[in-house]
Design a protein around this ligand. Structure first.
Ligand code: IDP
Ligand code: MG
Length: 149
């Protein structure tokens, strides 16, 4: 089953939006298979964002992610990666549609509240970078047949 890594970023936690953001993914029908409150180390942040190394915003991005605790989630579902990206909205909140997390709750790209994996392959890799196998729980919900045909 497809998995995606979601990070409720420091600005979202500081603004008290953790519950609202989790709620949107839950309501979408994605199944939580891992979740924790943590402080991201500089090493993990640099690994997570290594594709952006060398870009002008890289240092600010790493500083942002390590600036305060985050909530990380591993979500599972059919097309979980694409579904979560739609729920999150465009990278730049001023371009994000109303109804998305960024379109409803954020204004600036450097404070865009949430991360979601951008491909199926990266979903697997990123979940593995943030969670040990024992922190991921395979389970089924009583509501699954009402969400998945
Ligand atoms: P994504 O989070 O929508 O996948 P990416 O292009 O992968 O967007 O960029 C990763 C993160 O880097 C963004 O979510 C945002 O926090 C930050 N970022 C991207 N572009 C800029 C920029 O031009 N200025 C400042 N921060 C940026
Ligand atoms: Mg990205």
């Amino acid at each position: 089953m497809e998995r995606t890594l979601i990070i409720v970023k420091p600005d979202a936690v500081q603004r008290g939006l953790t519950g609202e953001i989790i709620q949107r993914f839950e309501a979408r029908g994605l199944r939580i298979v891992g979740m924790k409150f943590m402080q991201v180390s500089r090493e993990l942040a640099e690994k997570h964002y290594e594709i952006h190394q060398g870009k002008p915003f890289f240092e600010g991005l790493v500083n942002y992610i390590v600036s305060s605790p985050v909530v990380v989630m591993a979500l599972e579902g059919k097309n979980a990666v694409a579904a979560a990206r739609k729920t999150i909205g465009a990278t730049r909140p001023n371009e994000a549609e109303a109804g998305t997390i960024r379109g409803d709750l954020a204004l600036e790209v450097g404070r865009n509240l949430v991360h979601g994996s951008d491909s199926v392959e990266n979903g697997q890799i990123e979940v593995g970078n943030f969670f040990s196998p024992s922190e991921l729980i395979a389970w089924s919900r009583a509501t699954d047949p009402w969400i998945i045909e």
